[in-house]
Design a protein around this ligand. Structure first.
Ligand code: B12
Ligand code: SF4
Ligand code: SF4
Length: 473
C-alpha cells in the first residue's frame, strides 16, 4: 500500500481490523502471507504433470499456479481464509460399513490396524471391500463437503465483501478473490498464511476446526504483516493413510488422484471396471481419510450459510447478504435436511433408484445448489448405476429401473453400464432383461457388455432361471 493513506495508524492495526471483519463475515480462520511465488510448489506441480497426476480441473501452467500475480498483477499480500462446514455425523462411507452393531452407531470401526502399509498396497484391495449390509436402503453416499450449499458461491460473496471493506480502509487499493476455481493452490496459501498445517491426508487442518473447512484467498496490493506457518502436528500418526479404501496415498501428503474415490466420483466420462469397484457407493467425494483424524474429533458445527437444510427442496438458492451472521453454528443439519419435500430423498444420502428416474429439470431443482452436484445429472446417474452394481444381489430392488435404462436410455455408454450393473446384481429378472435386449441392441459395445454380463451370471440368456449354461451368441 506504499504511498496510499489508510484509515488505520499502522499496517498491524489494519491487519487486526481486517481479521476481525473476516471473522464477522463468517470465516473461521484468517491469516496473511507475503505474495511471493511458491517456487517449490511450481516444481511439485511439474512433477505431478510428468506423472499424469494432474486433474482436468487444474490450470495447466505451474508458473501461473504458484504466483499470486497471476490473479492480481502487483500483488503484495495473500489473505487466506477458511470457512467451516458441518462434519458428517460419524460419517461411515456406505461401502466401508462394518457389520451393524459392531462399531459405532453407523457401524464405523475406524481404520483396521492390520491393514498393510499403503506403500505396499494390493491393487486388488478395493475389490475385497465388504458388501454393505442388506438392510441399508439403496442410497448413495455424498461426502460432507458435497452436502454443503455451493461453497464457491457462498465464500466468494463474503470474500468480495471483505475486499470492499479493505478498499474503504485503503482507498484506491486493488484486490481479487479466489475460491477453489482459479489458478492458485488454495492449500499452499492456507499453509503459508498459518491458518493450518497440511496433514498427512493432504488436507489443511485448522486448530479447533479440523479439516472440515473450505479455503479461499483475497489477494491484494496492500502490504500486510505476514503470519508464520504452523508446525505440522501429525507426529507419528498415520490413521488417514491406512484408512484410505483405495490406497490412494503414495506417502504423507502425497495423493494420487487417479486412485482417489473423490476424483473418480467427479471424473468425466465413463469409469473402467477397476474404477467402478473403487468408487463403492459414492455419488460425490469421500470422507474416509478425514473421519479418522483425531483433530476432527469434536469439530463443528459449521457455518449455517453452508448448510443444505436452508435450501433443500426450495429451488434456486440465492444467499442472503452476508451481514451480521457471525460464525455461530447451530446443531448439525443432517436430520433436518432429510427429505422435507416428502419424497424421502435427501442430499445426505440420495435414493439411487429415484435418482435414476429423475429428469433434468427435477435434478436441477433439487441439487443445483449442492456442492457435490456440480458435475451434473449424468455423472451422478453414472455413479448411481455403479453403486447399485457394486451392491450385487442386495440391489435386486433396482433391477427394473436398470432394465429400463438398458432398454431405453439414448446414451450407449449408460446402456452398457446398466448391463454391467445387472450382471453384478444377478437373478432371474436381471437375466431376462439382459437377454431381452440382445437381439434389438444395435450398438456393438452395448452388445458386448450385455454378453459379458450374461457370461458373468453363468446362464442361458433364453432361460430366465439360469439352469443351463451355454455360450452366448
Ligand atoms: C483438484 C482438486 C482435487 C482432486 C485432487 C486433489 C489432490 N490432492 O491432488 C481430488 C478430486 C482428488 C480432490 C479431492 C478432495 N478435495 Co479437492 N481440490 C482440488 C483443487 C481444485 C486443486 C488441487 C490442486 O491444485 N492440487 C495440486 C496439489 C499439488 O496441491 P494440493 O492438492 O493442494 O496438495 C497440497 C499437499 O498435499 C502437498 N502435496 C501434494 N503433493 C505432494 C507431494 C509431495 C512429495 C509433498 C511433500 C507434498 C505434496 O502440497 C500441496 C500444497 O502445497 C483444490 C482447489 C484449489 N484451487 O486449490 C480443491 C481442494 C484441495 N479440495 C478440497 C476438498 C474439500 C476435497 C475433498 C475433501 C472433497 C471430498 N470430501 O471428497 C477431497 C480430499 C481428498 C484429499 N485427501 O486430498 C479443499 C481442501 C480443504 C482442506 N481443508 O484442505 C480444496 C482446497 C477446495 C477448497 N477451496 O476448499 N480435490
Ligand atoms: S478421499 Fe477417500 S479415496 Fe481419496 S485419499 Fe481420502 S480416503 Fe482415499
Ligand atoms: S489422521 Fe493423523 S496423520 Fe492423518 S492428518 Fe490426521 S493427525 Fe495427521
Amino acid at each position: 500500500m506504499a504511498g496510499r493513506p489508510s484509515t488505520y495508524a499502522t499496517p498491524a492495526a489494519l491487519k487486526a481490523a481486517l481479521q476481525a471483519e473476516a471473522r464477522r463475515l463468517g470465516f473461521a480462520a484468517v491469516g496473511v502471507a507475503a505474495a511471493e511465488p511458491l517456487f517449490d510448489l511450481a516444481a511439485l506441480l511439474r512433477l505431478r504433470q510428468e506423472r499424469a497426476m494432474a486433474t482436468p480441473w487444474e490450470d495447466p501452467d505451474p508458473a501461473r499456479r504458484s504466483d499470486p500475480a497471476s490473479l492480481l498483477p502487483g500483488a503484495r499480500s495473500v489473505v487466506a481464509v477458511a470457512m467451516a462446514y458441518d462434519p458428517p455425523r460419524a460419517a461411515a462411507q456406505a461401502g466401508e460399513r462394518a457389520v451393524p452393531g459392531d462399531g459405532d452407531a453407523n457401524g464405523w470401526r475406524g481404520p483396521d490396524p492390520s491393514r498393510p502399509d499403503p506403500a505396499r498396497q494390493d491393487p486388488d484391495r478395493s475389490r475385497r471391500r465388504p458388501e454393505p449390509p442388506g438392510e441399508v436402503a439403496l442410497r448413495g453416499y455424498v461426502a460432507a463437503a458435497g452436502r454443503t450449499r455451493s461453497y464457491q458461491h457462498v465464500m466468494r460473496r463474503r470474500l468480495e465483501a471483505l475486499g470492499r471493506w479493505l478498499e474503504a480502509a485503503v482507498p484506491g487499493c486493488r484486490w481479487a478473490v479466489q475460491v477453489d476455481t482459479g489458478p492458485l493452490v488454495d492449500r499452499a496459501w492456507a499453509e503459508r498464511a498459518g491458518i493450518g498445517w497440511i496433514g498427512k491426508n493432504a488436507c489443511v487442518i485448522v486448530p479447533g476446526r479440523g479439516s472440515w473447512v473450505f479455503l479461499g484467498e483475497l489477494v491484494t496490493d496492500v502490504a500486510l504483516p505476514p503470519d508464520q506457518p504452523l508446525a505440522d502436528a501429525c507426529g507419528d500418526c498415520d490413521l488417514c493413510l491406512r484408512a484410505c479404501p483405495t490406497g490412494a496415498f503414495l506417502g504423507p501428503r502425497q495423493l494420487d488422484p487417479r486412485r482417489c474415490v473423490s476424483f473418480l466420483s467427479q471424473k468425466p466420462g465413463m469409469l473402467d471396471p477397476d474404477e467402478r469397484a473403487a468408487l463403492g457407493q459414492s455419488l460425490y467425494g469421500c470422507d474416509a481419510c478425514q473421519v479418522v483424524c483425531p483433530y476432527n474429533r469434536g469439530a463443528g458445527p459449521g457455518h449455517p450459510a453452508l448448510r443444505p437444510a436452508a435450501f433443500w427442496g426450495t429451488g434456486p438458492a440465492d444467499e442472503p447478504a452476508p451481514a451480521g451472521e457471525g460464525n455461530a453454528g447451530t446443531a448439525g443439519s443432517e436430520a433436518a435436511s432429510a427429505g422435507p419435500d416428502g419424497t424421502g430423498d435427501s442430499p445426505v444420502a440420495p435414493d439411487l433408484v429415484a435418482l435414476l428416474r429423475m429428469g433434468r429439470a427435477d435434478f436441477r431443482r433439487r441439487y443445483r445448489s449442492l456442492t457435490g452436484a456440480w458435475r451434473g445429472r449424468k455423472t451422478w446417474q453414472r455413479n448411481a448405476v455403479v453403486a447399485l452394481g457394486n451392491r450385487g444381489a442386495a440391489a435386486r430392488a433396482a433391477v427394473s429401473v436398470l432394465a429400463e435404462l438398458l432398454r431405453a436410455d439414448p446414451r450407449p455408454d449408460m446402456r452398457a453400464l446398466a448391463a454391467w450393473a445387472l450382471g453384478r446384481i444377478g437373478g432371474g429378472a436381471a437375466r431376462q432383461a439382459l437377454a431381452g435386449v440382445l437381439e434389438r441392441e444395435a450398438d456393438h459395445r452395448v452388445r458386448a457388455a450385455v454378453r459379458e454380463a450374461l457370461a458373468r451370471m453363468g446362464g442361458d440368456p433364453g432361460d430366465p432361471a439360469g439352469h443351463a449354461v451355454r455360450p452366448v451368441p
